[in-house]
Structure formats: structure tokens, C-alpha cells
Design a protein around this ligand. Structure first.
Ligand SMILES: [Mg+2]
Length: 374
């Protein structure tokens, strides 16, 4: 298989609801979409960068630069029989995980289409177990103006059929919030995500979170720390889940080696692609560590890839990849991802490749800029 042309689309899409975390508030989502074309097929990938280096150091501009000047020239018109061959072409490029992951996703889509397999089946090739037909999903609730607003939103999501609630927290928006939520919803599966808002000096506050029966506390300490998380995990009962700190399978192994976490959130964009995601999945499985697939407010393209990934055996905790209507009034696909309210799941696409149809009229509607490379 040879890629003859790659198009990068820069999109800016308004979110249905603004989303606030400990590092800021988003009302729209900027991202890059990659279309990789062979003689007769198109593979799609999403680059989950944003317009500013907050969650990650990568941005729209850095990803565009690395794709245009290094990744795309490395793969155009090169024989790519497998993902290993693709990864070999750019192994020398350091960092830039989101840029790499977007190109890799488009190639996974192409390779699966060539074999007439769904991406989920293609990803599941090394395992005895079939991929799951439906993936459990939860909902992530950003920081709200008031606790009462949060309670209303939880009530609303539970009534829609979501079974797991994740709350974004930060210092000052934590214990009082959790106490109020547990008063009203004593038994729901509940977790929190701090997006690195605390330090080890806040250990007294974090220890009190043990009272709220949380499934996990996600990334409480610095985005680039592993060691201090191991010190914190010794002092609390709630499992720590690492997100921002893990960029490579090696970093995942170091984290598990020193007990810095008991759960890992795998986002393909953060770790360089679906190939690396699967390596981390396998490593965690051998050590009895559950994983789940986080979200980056993806369009349907990234959502379809995440659902395929989350169908693998050791993704045993609910994913953050909710239904389309949670994020977009109009997505860029013809298909909608719908919540199966009976079991809080989304059905994994079964058609070849990503199993989606990208609607180019909608892409045009949100387009900031596009460029073709061949
Ligand atoms: Mg997170």
C-alpha cells in the first residue's frame, strides 16, 4: 500500500456546552483532520491538538509543522505493508505524539479497509478474545458555576442512561462538591480528574477524598511527574489513574514499577498512536492493571478510532467517548454515535476501517485552512 496524497484540514467547531477544567474553559474545539489517499481509498485520522499548549505542549501550529515538514514527506509514496513499517519511517522523530498519532490513525484506517476488516477487528488481531460490540461509556462533567448546577447535570446524565460520572476538580472545587454529590447520589460510580491541579502539599485534602468511594482520582499531581504520584499513592486508598504523565510504553512501565498508579487512561493522541496504545494496554494487562480510553472532545473521526481501541479486552473501565450529541450540534460524519441507554454503551462500528462516512460539506463549514501534499 502506498499513500499518494495527504490533506490536512484545520477545523474550528463550536461545542454544544462549554467545557471547563482546572486549566481553562473551552467553548469551541480546534483540531486537525488528516485524509491519507491511496489510488482508490481514503484513510482518516484526527490530531487532538488544541490551539494552545495547555493539556499538551503540542498545538495546531506545531502539529502542522511536524506533519508537513517531517511526517508526511517520510511516508508519501513509500511502500507501507504494516503499521510497524509506518512507525519505522518516523521512529527518529522525538516527541510530537499527537501529530504522529493522527497520521498513524489514517494508516490504520487504510490497512483495515484494504483487508475488509473493521478497525476494531484489525486492532484485536493479536488477542484470543473478539473485540467488544459495545463499549461502556461514562460522562465527564466540567467545572460548573455552582454545586447545584453540577447536581442538576448529574441528574440529567443519569436519566439519559450514563452509568459513570466523572467530575473535573481543582483546589477549592473538591471536598464540598464531592460531599454534596455523595449526599444526593450515594452509590453511583464516581471518579474525579484534577488535570494536575494539586501538589503533594495538598495531601490532607486528597486523603479526605478517600471518604467518597471514588473509582479513581485522575492525574492529581504535575503533568510531567511519575515519582511523586508513587509517594501520594502510598498515602491514599483511592486508586490514582495517570493521564498527562504517560506518553510512551516505557513511561507506563516505570509508573507501574514504582506503583505510581493503579489505573492508566490511554489516549492514542497522547501516546503517539493506536500501536503504542495497544502496547500500553498489553503491558497493563500482564500486570493486572485496568485501562480505559479518555476523550479529547474528538470529532466523529477520533471518536470512531477510540471506540475501536476501547473494544480491546483490557479496556474494562468506561470510556469518556460519549455520544455525538454530547459534544456537537453538527458533527462532520453522516453517522451519529448514540448512547445505548439500557447499558450505558456506544456500539462499535463494524464496517471496514473506521466504518464512518466523512461529510465534506460539513468539513467545509468548519474549515479554517486546508492544504494538500503529494
Ligand atoms: Mg484526564
Amino acid at each position: 500500500m502506498k499513500i499518494k496524497q495527504i490533506t490536512i484540514y484545520h477545523l474550528n467547531m463550536p461545542l454544544v456546552h462549554p467545557f471547563e477544567t482546572s486549566y481553562g474553559r473551552e467553548t469551541q474545539r480546534e483540531c486537525l483532520i488528516i485524509a491519507a489517499q491511496t489510488d482508490n481509498l481514503t484513510g482518516w485520522g484526527e490530531c487532538v491538538v488544541t490551539d494552545k499548549p495547555d493539556y499538551s505542549s503540542e498545538t495546531i501550529s506545531t502539529a502542522w509543522h511536524v506533519l508537513k515538514d517531517f511526517l508526511i514527506p517520510a511516508v508519501l509514496n513509500v511502500h507501507l505493508p504494516s503499521i510497524e513499517d509506518l512507525v519505522d519511517t518516523y521512529q527518529w522523530i522525538r516527541g510530537h505524539y499527537m501529530a504522529k498519532a493522527s497520521l498513524q490513525a489514517a494508516v490504520w484506517d487504510l490497512l483495515a479497509q484494504v483487508e475488509g476488516k473493521s478497525l476494531a477487528s484489525k486492532l484485536a488481531e493479536p488477542y484470543d478474545e473478539e473485540p467488544k460490540d459495545r463499549v461502556k461509556v461514562g460522562v465527564s462533567i466540567g467545572i460548573q458555576p455552582t454545586i447545584a448546577d453540577t447536581l442538576t447535570r448529574i441528574e440529567d446524565f443519569l436519566s439519559q442512561g450514563f452509568s459513570r460520572i466523572k467530575l473535573k476538580i481543582k483546589p477549592g472545587w473538591d471536598l464540598e462538591l464531592l460531599s454534596a454529590v455523595r449526599d444526593v447520589f450515594p452509590d453511583i460510580p464516581l471518579m474525579v480528574d484534577a488535570n494536575s491541579a494539586y501538589t503533594l502539599g495538598d495531601v490532607r485534602i486528597i486523603q479526605q477524598m478517600d471518604d467518597f468511594n471514588l473509582t479513581m482520582i485522575e492525574q492529581p499531581l504535575a503533568h510531567d511527574d511519575i515519582y511523586l504520584h508513587s509517594k501520594l499513592q502510598e498515602l491514599i486508598n483511592t486508586p490514582i489513574c495517570l493521564d498527562e504523565s504517560i506518553h510512551t510504553p516505557d513511561q507506563a512501565e516505570w509508573a507501574l514499577e514504582i506503583n505510581a498508579c493503579k489505573i492508566i487512561n490511554i489516549k492514542p493522541g497522547r501516546v503517539g498512536g493506536l500501536w503504542e496504545s495497544r502496547l500500553i494496554h498489553d503491558l497493563c494487562e500482564t500486570r493486572g492493571i485496568p485501562v480505559w480510553c479518555g476523550g479529547m472532545l474528538e470529532t466523529g473521526i477520533g471518536r470512531a478510532a477510540n471506540l475501536a481501541l476501547a473494544s480491546l479486552p483490557n479496556f474494562t473501565l468506561p470510556s469518556d467517548n460519549g455520544p455525538t450529541e454530547r459534544y456537537w450540534t453538527k458533527d462532520i460524519l453522516d453517522e451519529l454515535f448514540i448512547l445505548n441507554g439500557d447499558d450505558s454503551t456506544i456500539t462499535v462500528p463494524t464496517q471496514p476501517g473506521l466504518g464512518i462516512s466523512v461529510n465534506l460539506d460539513r468539513v467545509d463549514r468548519f474549515l479554517v485552512r486546508k492544504e494538500k501534499y503529494q
